[in-house]
Design a protein around this ligand. Structure first.
Ligand SMILES: *Cc1c(COP(=O)(O)O)cnc(C)c1O
Length: 419
């Protein structure tokens, strides 16, 4: 008797969506380094364009034909199919950077007069686009602090002169670099409350820090998930890329704008990310395993004042319930306050031997940086202070090295720090 079996995503990362018989039997998907695709007949070319331009809906079983690599390419389509498995999404669109994924979403779903509500702090590039570019095209923006409860946020919206034009809630959780968490389910409730017949409110989540393994925003009520695929998905610090996931309708709109902005990923980027996806789960699990050991070492170190790590959230706090509901792991990002200030933080960073001093995160090698003067240098000083992004804060992205070696390195660098 044949039994149906649902393979898990990690088991499908080597094969899903790829048909070897279409590529000379090659076990691996080749790089389709081509700008354009040959039509068998003029009728076929016409049919492909009818579907691509939405002149008619695809017939039952009809796939969108290959036309031109700004619209679609096998390396991108197969990668998109595989990314859908992790987030249980209908569809996905991949981009040549995380920033192009994020900005394409903001441009497609916001129009002049709309209000965008966003969580603070955001990734620096996203913060810049929201605060320096969106207002130029008439979009109003409003940030909320991560410690605000639903009531506080409602008061904030209600007291804003554009509060009745809320169109999107944009969230980054856990917040970089302090691992503060925001309740995605609460944001979905807000979106429902402020939706109007003429205007729905979308919840969009940047899932770079914990996805695609440990947090699944679409399952928690979000409409759109975005990634810098440069981070865990790519995972080797050798490619810049991005992705957006959601329903067929939402991704259909994102892909149409992508076609006209021309910011799709290249075939080579698609191929590199497929290669990365094969080891995504084992990389992330090793990184999370190492992070537990590193956080445990840091929390008792006499030169460390405070550790910011999801695994250290107190069990009797409100945040713990959100953490349990929203995440399946504490992740692999660990920040800490060193005793002292900038000079102590810099002494630590300058003495690391194994861990590299660089921004970015989620890669196989461990990285360390100083948010206040590096990734978050552009954040308003008062906001920085309120969100604990101070001179003594150091952010670590834990890699796949042997954790004993990472701890040895942290320990010897801390020894070089004079208080
Ligand atoms: C890196 C990053 C981005 C930007 O992605 P790029 O791939 O560098 O364009 C956006 N959001 C978060 C949370 C990031 O860490």
């Amino acid at each position: 008797m044949k039994t149906k079996h649902n393979f898990r995503p990690e088991s499908l990362m080597m094969s899903h969506g790829y048909k070897p018989e279409l590529s000379e039997g090659a076990v691996k998907c080749p790089i389709f380094q081509t700008s354009t695709f040959v039509f068998k007949t003029a009728e076929e070319g016409k049919a492909h364009f009818e579907v691509a331009y939405g002149i008619r809906d695809a017939k039952e079983g009809e796939e969108m034909g290959l036309i031109y690599s700004r619209l679609n390419n096998p390396d991108l389509e197969i990668l998109e199919d595989r990314l859908c498995l992790w987030d249980k999404a209908d569809d996905c669109a991949v981009f040549e950077s995380g920033m192009s994924a994020i900005t394409t979403v903001l441009l497609e779903f916001l129009k002049p007069g709309d209000l965008l509500l966003y969580s603070m702090p955001l990734y620096g590039g996203t913060d810049h686009f929201i605060n320096s570019f969106l207002p130029k095209i008439g979009v109003h923006v409003l940030g909320f602090k991560p410690d605000m409860k639903q009531n506080d946020i409602e008061n904030l919206i209600n007291s804003n002169e554009h509060g009745n034009k809320l169109a999107m809630i944009y969230v980054e959780t856990p917040a970089n670099p302090t691992n503060t968490i925001i309740d995605i389910g609460m944001c979905a409730q807000l979106a429902e409350k402020y939706a109007q017949e003429s205007q729905e409110v979308l919840v969009a989540v940047d899932n770079t820090y914990m996805g695609p393994l440990w947090q699944h925003p679409l399952q928690l009520g979000a409409d759109i998930v975005m990634y810098s695929a440069t981070k865990y998905i790519g995972g080797h610090s050798d490619v810049i890329a991005g992705a957006v996931l959601g329903s067929h309708d939402i991704i259909g709109r994102v892909k149409t704008l992508r076609t006209f902005l021309g910011n799709m990923a290249s075939p080579n980027t698609g191929w590199l990310l497929m290669r990365s996806l094969e080891t995504l789960k084992i990389r992330m699990e090793q990184q999370a395993f190492n992070a537990v050991k590193i956080a445990d070492f840091l929390k008792d170190h006499p030169k460390v004042e405070k550790v910011y790590y999801l695994g250290l959230i107190k069990e009797d706090s409100d945040n713990y319930a959100i953490y349990k509901k929203q995440y399946s792991s504490p992740g692999a990002m660990v920040s800490f306050d060193i005793k002292g200030g900038e000079s102590q933080a810099f002494a630590f960073l300058n003495h690391l031997k194994l861990i590299k001093l660089a921004v970015s995160l989620g890669s196989t090698e461990s990285l360390a940086e100083h948010p206040a003067t590096m990734t978050h240098a552009g954040v308003d000083p008062q906001d920085k202070a309120e969100m604990s992004i101070t001179d003594k804060l150091v952010r670590l992205s834990i890699g796949v090295e042997n954790y004993n070696d990472i701890i040895w390195d942290i320990n010897q660098a801390l020894e070089e720090v004079t208080l």
